[in-house]
Design a protein around this ligand. Sequence first.
Ligand code: IMP
Length: 199
Amino acid sequence: MKIIFATGNENKMKEIREIMDDLDCEVLSMKEAGIVVNVEENGETFEENAQIKARAIAERVEDAIVLADDSGLEIDFLNKEPGVRSSRFMGVDTSYTVKNQHILELLEEAEEEQRSARFVCAIAAILPNKEEKIIRATIEGQIAKESKGEKGFGYDPIFYVPEFGCTTAELSMEQKNKISHRGKALTQIKKFIIEYYGI
Ligand code: IMP
C-alpha cells in the first residue's frame, strides 16, 4: 500500500515516516509521487483546508491513500487568531522572530489565565475507494512571556507547555512528536488505516 502525503515540507515527511514506520506501507511526498499541484488554501477551517488539499491530490492518483494536513496556532486572547492564517499572519515573507515578537507585544497586558493557546492540526485522509476521514488534534498551552528555545519552527519559541515547563522550541523533535497536534493526529490516522485494512 502506498501513502501519499500532500506536503513539500521535509520535517513533516520525517515525522509521518517515523509514525508510519511499522506499517507495511510506502510513504511518499507529492514530489516523490511525481505530483505537481498548487492548491489555494482558502478554507475557513483547518478541516476544510486539509480536505481541499487531499481532494486535489486524490483526483490525480489511483491505488493510494492520500493524506493532507493543515495546522496553525489559536490564541484565545486574539479571538483564536492567527488560526488558519498562521503562515500568512503579517505576510508569508515576515520572519517568525518578528511575528513572535509582535504576538508577545499584543499579549503584553494579558494575565496568565488569559494567555491560553493551542496548536491545531487537521488531517484529511482519502482512501483508494474515495472514502474520506478527517481528524483534528490539538496541544494546549500558553503564550509565553518571552521567546525561548532554538528547536522546532514557526511559533514554537513562544508556545509554552505547562506540563513540560518549557516551550515547544525547547523540546527535542522526538519529545515534541509524542505530544504535538500533528503527532497525535497522525497517530489517529494510522489507527484508522490499520482498522480499515485490517493490517
Ligand atoms: P501549514 O499546516 O504547513 O499550513 O502550517 C501552518 C502554520 O502554522 C505554520 O507555518 C506555522 O506558522 C504554524 N504551525 C503549525 N504547526 C506548528 C508547530 O508545530 N510549531 C510552530 N508553528 C506551527
